[in-house]
Design a protein around this ligand. Structure first.
Ligand code: HBI
Ligand code: FE
Length: 293
């Protein structure tokens, strides 16, 4: 479903090397270049795969009105991706015009350094393979549906796109500062599972939610999870769930807020929070309120 916990380069190569093990990554890395980029080979997708894409797309599309943020819905519409697995080269024309971003095809999860370097240079890595019909509702690693449907629409938004670039730069910096586990929580709770308070009410912008059949409704209406106002340092300290719906969602007020609040140098945050125990995913701190859906 998405990027899971941080994948160190060592873990990563261990996973690729032990392809037969259950923890192995499933993409074909044999043709990847030094940046882990491959050809999409759009012509090689089968009609069955395009049909599965259309089913996934239509299921998700119906869930979006009144739940996804407007920026996502608008971005998706301009990508013209309803008819089958999109050709990245075509999407890159729209993306280039809107924000200067470019999609690059990758075999699947890639090591963090390569991932951050792509983002820092306005390239978004999109997995080339599509899940199987058996995985319609749930997938562990990011496939082309999660990556494209979930992530690409907001890359057409200039402020969000700029945030993603800064996140990439921040990732490269965090690797040197020992802040990667903390920074990954920011990505998780915003880019993957973020909510936004819009003028019309609570909406979703996180790709992990928007590419999921069940969590779209759950995150907005269930009384089980917490919904807490976004605060950078709080998020950096908070553990997350990779194998269940989230126990806490953080709510931003605008993409500008996300951009501005993450603009400062994180060095002092890493120093301070690195010494603390991380907070469990279901924590509500004194003084925090649980935002009603
Ligand atoms: N690779 N293809 C891909 N997609 C991701 O989302 C991704 C990745 N490698 C590393 C990674 N995410 C995360 O570890 C970072 O966001 C922290
Ligand atoms: Fe993702």
């Amino acid at each position: 479903m998405n990027s899971a916990a941080t994948v160190s380069t060592d873990d990563f190569f261990a996973k690729v090397a032990t392809k037969s093990d259950s923890g192995a990554l499933r993409g074909d890395y044999s043709k990847a270049d030094s940046r882990y980029v491959v050809q999409q080979d759009w012509a090689a997708y089968t009609e069955e795969e395009h049909a599965l894409w259309r089913k996934l797309y239509q299921r998700q599309l119906k869930l979006l009105p009144g739940r996804a943020c407007e920026e996502f819905i608008e971005g998706l519409a301009s990508l013209d991706a309803a008819d089958g697995i999109p050709d990245f080269a075509k999407a890159n024309i729209a993306l280039g015009k809107a924000t200067g971003w470019e999609l690059v095809a990758v075999p699947g999860l890639i090591p963090e350094q390569a991932f951050f370097e792509h983002l820092a240079n306005c390239r978004f890595p999109v997995s080339v393979w599509l899940r199987t019909p058996e995985e319609f509702d749930y997938i562990v690693e990011p496939d082309v549906f999660h990556d494209f449907f979930g992530h690409v629409p907001l890359l057409l938004n200039p402020i969000f796109a700029k945030h993603m670039q800064d996140y990439g730069k921040g990732g490269l910096k965090a690797m040197k500062l020992g802040g990667l586990d903390m920074l990954a929580r920011l990505y998780w709770y915003t880019v993957e599972f973020g909510l936004i308070q819009s003028k019309d009410g609570l909406r979703i912008f996180g790709a992990g939610i928007l590419s999921s059949g069940g969590e779209v409704e759950y995150c907005l209406t269930s009384d089980k999870p917490l919904r807490v106002a976004f605060n950078v340092e709080r998020v950096l300290q908070t553990l997350y769930k990779i194998d269940s719906y989230q126990e806490t969602y953080f709510v931003i007020n605008s993409f500008q807020q996300l951009f501005d609040d993450t603009a400062p140098d994180f060095t002092p945050y890493y120093e301070r929070i690195g010494k603390l125990e991380p907070l469990a995913a279901n924590t509500l701190l004194p003084g925090e309120s649980n935002i009603a859906p």
